[in-house]
Every structure is written in structure tokens, then in C-alpha cells.
Write a protein that binds this ligand. Structure first.
Ligand code: NDP
Length: 465
């Protein structure tokens, strides 16, 4: 009998997704460019797995219409593989790209595969290695009928929340990969918010790692319950095998990245939207790598004196500041998706998107339940920050965000994302943002005109008579 699905690329993600398919009873064909990777998997002796050295044989082993899931490195590798597959697949076959591809590449590939009558889907998959194996969150984009053909496969392997699979049709062509990109952008902001909370607790609150582990564990018992908070507590407790001390203190203070946060920021600028928290998080990772400059600068200035704080009160303030920072990060990310939905005519269902983020993926969090409900109650909600429930949360926490932001600045604890959250809320809340001066400057040097508050129409002033 033929295999039901082919997984092309058997590295971390492909291997684990294959195992997930097999655990749900599917017969899987596997192919990897470097054959020994396939051989290693065959040696593990999975009953429903058939590995291939030759790409043609792999394709021939599949039930029609053939379903091939690409789990390979994003970028040129996908185009190279698509070109190869085009010569082997037939009309009606389905190629799914499950990697972190740039959504505009997906739109382009969707176009050229369509010319060959091959169905192409761009599928966002989140959950890392464990998610891939036990149930990721899945964001399929492409032609709706084609997605429906593969939904039984995707639903079977997806994470489940309240019995429902964390997988839903997202929208045409690049929509799935776009949503995955924004998911990752939010992930960048949330990770950085946690890093800043950690640094503040350590530098201002003088908490030890194990005390901080307790703090994050306690947060995880509140509305802040999430995968990232949970793993942060675990990381703070982990002991180093070499020294027996806490491992975190031995990890170099530099973070790397693969690009999805940067793409989100680039799209934001392209769309005239504001995801300042995601942008600040990307730049924080970039700046963490300015090793020599940091070294040189660090020896030039003293640490500012920090004020004594009551640790119990302070950790509660930081919790509230984090809570609000997280809300702003999500609000900005969802506003970006809302704009993309209009711009690309994707008709994104933001409530459904929130619902499939509730399990399986890296940003899974109880807060998503609130976000899901906001959009379910009001499909046309312009911005999450205008939802009544969210307004209540903002009211309850804004003063803490203000206090923590100023303590961070006074104490010299770099907190670019927390302070960006505060700034963004102030930009929205404060009725004057100083843009009248900007517009006057523009009119001064470039005759760019301005509007008046007391009259209709466009004005220009001769500033230097
Ligand atoms: P990698 O991104 O590290 O890619 C390695 C795989 O790509 C190998 O199977 C490799 O084959 C294959 N490959 C590279 N270049 C080519 C090429 N030109 N032609 C054919 N195959 C090629 O693997 P991961 O498993 O980490 O990720 C797979 C995809 O899933 C990526 O797009 C990634 O961004 C995405 N993803 C990863 C997550 C993670 O947590 N790792 C989470 C969510 C998505 P070979 O063995 O021959 O080198």
C-alpha cells in the first residue's frame, strides 16, 4: 500500500512531525537530501515509516493526490526543491511548506506552482521540537478547498485545546506564513519582556535565581500562565553539570535570531503600523551582540545607584508591568494582522487565530482566551486596546508599568520593551504628542503644509519673511 503523506526534510522538525503523523496512524514516507539522516531514522525502526534515498521513489510511494510536506531550511532550498518536485508531481498534488518561509516568497511560489496546476500551501507551524512531536499549533494558508483536503492530516497532529485542534484555515496564499511571522514577532517581544523582568528583579530587587524561580512560578498561577513563563522558572532553577551552580549564570549575555522578528518589523514599517515592542525586542537582541562596544562603554560609566525597594511589593509591580507589556505586544501584533487582512484581502479571523495560539505554540498563554473572546464578541474590533475587558486590565496595571519603567531608567537597567509599552500607551492616551512641531518644521524647510485646529483646509506659512 502507498504512503499517505511524504515528509521532505528529516531534521529536528521533519523527524518529529513524521513521528507525530505515525502516532496518529498515518503511513509516512520520508526523504532527506543527505541520505544518512533518513537511514538513521529508519534504523530507529518505526513501523509506519518508509525512508527513501531517491526523490522519485519517495514521490512514487505516495497515495494520489500526493501530499508532500516540506520541512527544510527556509529560503532558496524551498525554490530548489519546488523546481525538482514540479517535474515529478501531477495535477492536483499538494506541496505544503511547513517551514518559516517569508510570506512574500510563499505568494510567489504559490503563483508558479499554480501555473503547473500543482497546489501549494504555506503552513505556519509553531511549537519547536516538542510541539512538532506532540502537537504544534498549525496555520495553513492557500486555496481553501485544498487546505480542507489536508485538514484531516493537520488536525490529527495539531495540539488540542478544549478538544479542538489548534489548526484552522488562515487565508489565501501567504496568509499562513504571515500569521506565523507575527506569532514569532510577538514571541520576540514576550521573551524580551521576561528577560527584562528577570533583570529588574535581579538588579533592582536583588532576587537570587531560586527566588526568581519562585516568583515566575507564582506568576504562572495567575492570568499570566503561559509556556514562556513556565520555562523561565525552570531555566532559573536548572543546575550546571560542570560546576553544580545555576546554569543561567554561565550563559553568555548575547542572543541570536533567525529573522522572523526582523521580517515582522519590516512589514510593520511597510504597512505604516506600529509594533514598537517587537522592534525593540529585535534591536535588543542585535545590541546584545555589540560585544566590544559594550565592553568599552561598560568601563567608562558607573552603575547608577538603585533605590531600595520592598522586594515583595516590587515583584508584584514587575508582574503587573509585564502583564501590561504583554497585552501591548499582542495588541500591536493583532493590529498588524488586522491591517494585513485588509491590505491583502485575506479576511483573517483574528478570534480563530487567537484560539489556535492557545496550545501547542511557543506563545501559548491563558491571556489568549481573553483575546479570543474579545474578537468573538466583536468581529470588527479595531484594536484590542479598545476591548472593554482589556481596558479594565490596562487600568489595573498602568501605574505599575509607569513605576517599573521609571525604576528601570533610574536604576540603569535596560528595559527597551517595557518602556516602549509605556511610551506606546502614552502616545495613544496623551492628546498631544508634539507632532504639531514636526509638521511646522516640515512646513518651515519644505513647504509641506499643515492643518489648523480651528479651520478646515491646508495651510502654508512663510516662516522666514
Ligand atoms: P533546519 O532549518 O535546520 O534545516 C535543515 C533541513 O533542511 C535538513 O533536512 C536539510 O537537509 C534541509 N535542507 C537544507 N538545504 C536544503 C536544500 N537546498 N535542499 C533540500 N534540503 C535542504 O531544520 P529544522 O528542522 O530546524 O526546521 C525546518 C523548518 O521548520 C525551517 O524552515 C524552520 O525555520 C522551521 N521551524 C523550525 C522550528 C524549530 O524549532 N526548529 C520551529 C518552527 C519552524 P540536509 O540534512 O541534507 O542538510
Amino acid at each position: 500500500t502507498k504512503n499517505q503523506i511524504g515528509v521532505l526534510g528529516l531534521s529536528t522538525m521533519g523527524k518529529n512531525i513524521s513521528i507525530n503523523f505515525m502516532n496518529r496512524g498515518f503511513k509516512v514516507a520520508g526523504f532527506n537530501r543527505t541520505y544518512h539522516v533518513t537511514e538513521e531514522m529508519m534504523e530507529e525502526g518505526y513501523e509506519n515509516f518508509q525512508g527513501f534515498e531517491n526523490l522519485n521513489d519517495f514521490i512514487d510511494s505516495l497515495e494520489k493526490p500526493r501530499k508532500v510536506l516540506l520541512m527544510i531550511k527556509a529560503g532558496e532550498a524551498i525554490d530548489e526543491t519546488c523546481v525538482q518536485l514540479m517535474g515529478m508531481l501531477e495535477e492536483g498534488d499538494i506541496v505544503m511548506d511547513g517551514g518559516n518561509s517569508y510570506f512574500k516568497d510563499t505568494i510567489r511560489r504559490h503563483g508558479y506552482m499554480k501555473d503547473k496546476k500543482i497546489n501549494y500551501l504555506g503552513i505556519g507551524i509553531s511549537g519547536g521540537e516538542k510541539g512538532a512531536r506532540n502537537g504544534p499549533s498549525i496555520m495553513p494558508g492557500g486555496n481553501r478547498e485544498v487546505v480542507e483536503e489536508v485538514l484531516p492530516f493537520l488536525n490529527a497532529i495539531a495540539a488540542k485545546k478544549d478538544g479542538e485542534p489548534c489548526c484552522t484555515y488562515i487565508g489565501p496564499n501567504g496568509a499562513g506564513h504571515y500569521v506565523k511571522m507575527v506569532h514569532n514577532g510577538i514571541e520576540y517581544a514576550d521573551m524580551q519582556l521576561l528577560a527584562e523582568s528577570y533583570l529588574l528583579l535581579k538588579k533592582v530587587g536583588h532576587f537570587t535565581n531560586s527566588e526568581m524561580a519562585l516568583v515566575f512560578e507564582s506568576w504562572n498561577q495567575t492570568a499570566l500562565k503561559s509556556y514562556l513563563v513556565e520555562i523561565t522558572a525552570k531555566i532559573l532553577r536548572e543546575k550546571d553539570e560542570i560546576t553544580g551552580l545555576e546554569l543561567l549564570d554561565f550563559i553568555v549575555d548575547r542572543a541570536s535570531q533567525k529573522g522572523t522578528g526582523k521580517w515582522t518589523s519590516m512589514e510593520t514599517l511597510e504597512q505604516d503600523q506600529n509594533t514598537s515592542l517587537i522592534g525593540a525586542a529585535v534591536l535588543a537582541r542585535v545590541t546584545s551582540n555589540f560585544t566590544e562596544l559594550k565592553e568599552a562603554y561598560g568601563s567608562l560609566f558607573d552603575e547608577p545607584m538603585t533605590k531600595e525597594v520592598n522586594p515583595y511589593v516590587f515583584q508584584e509591580e514587575v508582574r503587573k508591568a509585564y502583564y501590561l507589556g504583554k497585552i501591548v505586544a499582542y495588541a500591536q501584533g493583532f493590529a498588524l494582522m488586522k491591517d494585513a487582512s485588509k491590505r491583502y484581502d485575506w479576511n483573517l479571523d483574528l478570534g480563530k487565530i487567537a484560539s489556535i495560539f492557545r496550545a501547542g505554540c511557543i506563545i501559548q498563554a491563558d491571556l489568549l482566551q481573553v483575546i479570543m473572546k474579545s474578537y468573538e464578541d466583536n468581529q470588527d474590533l479595531e484594536n484590542l486596546l479598545l476591548d472593554e475587558e482589556i481596558i479594565k486590565i490596562v487600568r489595573r496595571n498602568i501605574q505599575s508599568l509607569r513605576v517599573v519603567s521609571s525604576l528601570a531608567i533610574r536604576g540603569g537597567v535596560p528595559s527597551p520593551v517595557l518602556t516602549s509599552a509605556m511610551t506606546y500607551l502614552d502616545q495613544l492616551r496623551s492628546r498631544s504628542v508634539g507632532a504639531n512641531l514636526i509638521q511646522a518644521q516640515r512646513d518651515f524647510f519644505g513647504a509641506h503644509t499643515f492643518e489648523r485646529i480651528d479651520q478646515e483646509g491646508i495651510n502654508h506659512h512663510e516662516w522666514e519673511k
